[in-house]
Ligand binder design. Sequence first.
Ligand code: PMV
Length: 325
Amino acid sequence: MSVQPATARAGANIALVKYWGKRDARLNLPAAGSISVTLAGLETRTTVSPLPELDADELMLDGQPASAERIVPVLDRYRMLSGQDQHCRVESTNSFPTGAGLASSASGFAALVVAADAAFGTRLDAARLSEQARLGSGSAARSIFGGFVEMAAGHGDDGRDAVAHPLLDAADWPLEVVVAITEIGPKSVSSTDGMNRTMKTSPYYPAWVDSVPEDLERARQAIDATDFEALAEVSESSALKMHASALAAQPGLLYWNPATVACLHEVRALRAAGTGVFFTVDAGPQVKAICLPGQGARVAGRLAGVDGVERVIETTLGPGAGVLT
Ligand code: PMV
């Protein structure tokens, strides 16, 4: 097997049916499935260079030295799979503003596992790459694929069936996405900590998990029929239910600020007036607006005018992760 530097890219993804809770924390096995869209414009590019002279893995993140703690287990698995024991220099850059509180772990781990696969010559198929990405971050399993993607909760204890698969190509329903940044700075409580607290203390957590399979079915049908209204209903409901379960944790997880809430009202007002748009919100204060093709610019203009919105990013759905060199 060859060992050589390799570069890969992967897009961030946004869940429409949310992942919030694990059935196994060590292997990042989700308690329920999820459905997302992969984005074109918000991407991570990562180069993995196995170097015989290194005695530990090194990480450069957006040009700055960073802790390699979360990437060492990923590289260890590639060393084991390939039978090669070289340590690596990993250089990773995000196309989206750092410190804007946008999740970079999904695109980051997806780009890392694809680059490491090429660097170590392990040639894993897409399902196994998705499994490797999941071990880094649950949502990263979905960024291996483009367009509309479903992540399975899986049944086994080893995680081999807890992987993502594509539902529909971006080109077959080219929705647009506007991200409204309402707060610059790191998240208050990470997704992992927020999920743990919700699982342990929220009386609504069991009801949340029980409700996901029906949402997955509704979202699958909406995507299959390219029915925007139906997708809007199930996606907004999933996001609000996820936050309801988190709000009911002890102490309650309140990820929203006033501008977040103002954006949700603005999106609903736009939809009521005939614009094809719906919202979703992850474990932070930013609002993601999913728009019918051709409506992103109008939505971006309106959200940019909401009090407290620092900036907006417009993008489209994009392809899955892939090797660049
Ligand atoms: O992949 P993690 O551990 O960062 O969790 C992601 C959780 C949410 O973004 C809130 C929901 C999701 O499905 O992406």
